[in-house]
Design a protein around this ligand. Structure first.
Ligand code: DQA
Length: 146
């Protein structure tokens, strides 16, 4: 069976993983996390990180023709980017939203996700394992919608 192609997108400030608030986000760098994901799943994975909303939207658009699905941690854009919500809806492929921290048990503003309703699932508070769970959710979804 041919491998699925899954894109993993990380949004603003996630390039600072390992350095940024390690008590909340852990000690692994983004490179460590990406290696961990690719070694933990069957699918072929590609990784993208940007601190810029438009660059993230351009990359989301690539999912339409180049990928079977996408795991996205939109960072703080989660809480207010209707442009990212619209982009996810526009490409008509399965997306899973992942947050390393438990966004529902932090500041009030983090409880709101405007992007999650465009996704098949939101995974939050499972640490970096959440990304692996996200890829597996997409694999299950694609395989059950053939
Ligand atoms: C985050 C949670 C967001 O609220 C925050 O702005 C981030 C990271 C997480 O992975 O827990 O940048 O998405």
């Amino acid at each position: 069976m041919e491998k699925l192609r899954i894109l993993v997108i990380n949004g603003p400030n996630l390039n600072l993983l390992g350095v940024r608030e390690p008590g909340i986000y852990g000690a692994m760098t983004l490179d460590d996390v990406n290696r961990f994901i690719s070694e933990s799943v069957d699918s072929e994975t590609e990784f993208f990180q940007s601190n810029h909303e438009g660059a993230i939207i351009d990359k989301i658009h690539e999912v339409r023709d180049k990928f079977d699905g996408c795991v996205i941690n939109p960072g703080a854009y989660t809480h207010y980017s209707y442009a990212i919500y619209d982009a996810i809806r526009a490409v008509e492929k399965p997306f899973v939203e992942v947050h390393i921290s438990d966004v529902d048990n932090r500041e009030e503003f983090r409880k709101i996700s405007v992007t999650a309703p465009a996704c098949i699932e939101k995974i939050s508070g499972h640490g970096v394992k959440g990304y692996v769970e996200g890829v597996k959710k997409i694999e299950e979804y694609v395989n059950s919608h053939k």
